[in-house]
Design a protein around this ligand. Structure first.
Ligand code: NDP
Length: 435
């Protein structure tokens, strides 16, 4: 902590990993001798830069840009870009650290990275977003490349922003390569990349339920967020026969006891992706729903909870409410949405609980598939990509079971994911010497 002051999210992420790795490291003294954990916790490189741009009023604005190149032991750095007013080095280091293990779990050759800016896209015009993205990439372009570092989307960065960044990258570098993922379908994107994280977390929940002979059919689901991950988690869980009763944004949540069906979800797509409105408008349109300003959805009665908004959005108190209401399964779509107190409560009560680095890996896995398609200069069918995504999620689930099963039979998915991801990265680092 003395080395990285004022980085609480980064400490939280490292602490969780170290806690579950301790027995594994003791069994493998070479890891200690070669200081693998200490090296993994130190980014290979951090780039911080000025992003000047001009707003619609003609005024100059200045944001801070970041790229954390965390670990390249098993492949080029890979991870999303986040545009949100809260972005700082601690948040991006925690995300890049988690990303390293997540990417290892996908079985694809991708290292870990993350980046973004404290730019707040809310209320900005398309032209302002474009000018910001162009300025951001004007500096970032010299640090990335198809074989070096491949950014993607995250909070505040979707198809629109990837388009603007890719366009500027192509113009500056004079190359059409797979340096960004999440591209549009007609210009190098992979089928199913927008759906991948939400679908993947749903497949993971399905696998977890299957370990107890159960399925999503007929289950009531509480989901937070209403962005990319939440939208497709709602879609897939509904297709699997569950009823999703909540969605949220940073202003509050809606509860719809009738469930968010396909037609209502179409409205959310339009509301959030085109008009960029607030989730409160859902309750104005559908009188079956009620809007709760300033609250999070964890007090509703549900069987499955899927936090899909942001880090630390579900605390110990929320976990206690979910448990008291009979929730049996928590699958994280967001990164580190549950606080350590919440995680301990889930595990103590033997809930099926999956940390984001395992259950939300479908997004980056499909980005990995996009990279492969770009290298091949081919595009696969949606069915082919879905099948690969589904099998990657099943595989991540089974390695979590392999490394995370406790003597009493309870599967500790945190331990399983951490050990399985760490093993692969650590072995590569040992093989590559002290670098
Ligand atoms: P989006 O920007 O599309 O959506 C984010 C959603 O979360 C919005 O509803 C937003 O509400 C809400 N949110 C953001 N910040 C906060 C906050 N501080 N408090 C409450 N609500 C908030 O992002 P994504 O759906 O892409 O990402 C959601 C989560 O999933 C993140 O943790 C991300 O790291 C993770 N993730 C994303 C992947 C992807 O493929 N996109 C892959 C793996 C993980 P509002 O509109 O009010 O800001």
């Amino acid at each position: 902590e003395a080395k990285n002051p004022n980085e609480p999210e980064f400490h939280q992420a490292v602490h969780e990993v170290v806690e579950s790795l301790a027995p594994y490291i003791i069994e493998n003294p070479v890891l200690m001798k070669m200081k693998v954990l200490e090296r993994i916790a130190e980014p290979e490189r951090v780039i911080i830069f000025r992003v000047p741009w001009v707003n619609d009023k003609g005024e100059v604005e200045i944001n801070r840009g970041f790229r954390v190149q965390m670990n390249s032991a098993i492949g080029p750095y890979k991870g999303g870009l986040r545009f949100h007013a809260s972005v700082n080095l601690s948040i991006l280091k925690f995300l890049a650290f988690e990303q390293t293990f997540k990417n290892a779990l996908t079985t694809l050759p991708m290292g870990g990275g993350k980046g973004g800016s404290d730019f707040n896209p809310k209320g900005k015009s398309d032209n302002e977003v474009m000018r910001f993205c162009q300025s951001f990439v004007t500096e970032l372009q010299r640090h990335i490349g198809a074989d070096t570092d491949v950014p993607a989307g995250d909070i505040g960065v979707g198809a629109r922003e990837i388009g603007f960044m890719f366009g500027q990258y192509k113009r500056l570098r004079n190359e059409f390569t797979g340096t960004f993922t999440g591209k549009g379908l007609d210009w190098g994107g992979s089928p199913l990349r927008p759906e991948a994280t939400g679908y993947g977390v749903s497949y993971f929940a399905q696998e977890m339920l299957a370990t107890r002979g159960d399925t999503p059919a007929g289950k009531v689901v509480a989901i937070s967020g209403s962005g990319n991950v939440a939208q497709y988690a709602i879609q897939k869980m509904t297709q699997l026969g569950a009823k999703v009763v909540t969605a949220s944004d940073s202003s509050g949540y809606i509860y719809d006891p009738d469930g968010i069906d396909a037609e209502k979800l179409d409205y959310i797509f339009e509301l959030k992706n085109i008009y960029r409105g607030r989730i409160s408008e859902y309750a104005e349109r559908y009188p079956t729903a009620k809007y709760y300003p300033g609250e999070r959805p964890w007090g509703v009665k549900c069987d499955i909870a899927m936090p899909c908004a942001t880090q630390n959005e579900l605390n110990g108190e929320d976990a206690a409410k979910l448990i008291a209401n009979g929730c049996i399964c928590v699958a994280e779509g967001a990164n580190m949405p549950s606080t350590p107190e919440a995680v301990h409560a889930f595990q103590q009560h033997k809930l099926l609980y999956a940390p984001g680095k395992a259950s939300n890996a479908g997004g980056v896995a499909t980005s990995g598939l996009e990279m492969t398609q770009n290298s091949e200069r081919l595009k696969w069918s949606p069915e082919e990509v879905d099948e690969k995504l589904h099998s990657i999620m099943r595989n991540i689930h089974s390695v979590c079971v392999e490394y995370g099963t406790e003597p009493d039979g309870y599967v500790n998915y945190v331990k399983g994911a951490n050990i399985a991801g760490f093993r692969k990265v650590a072995n590569a680092m040992l093989a590559q010497g002290i670098v």
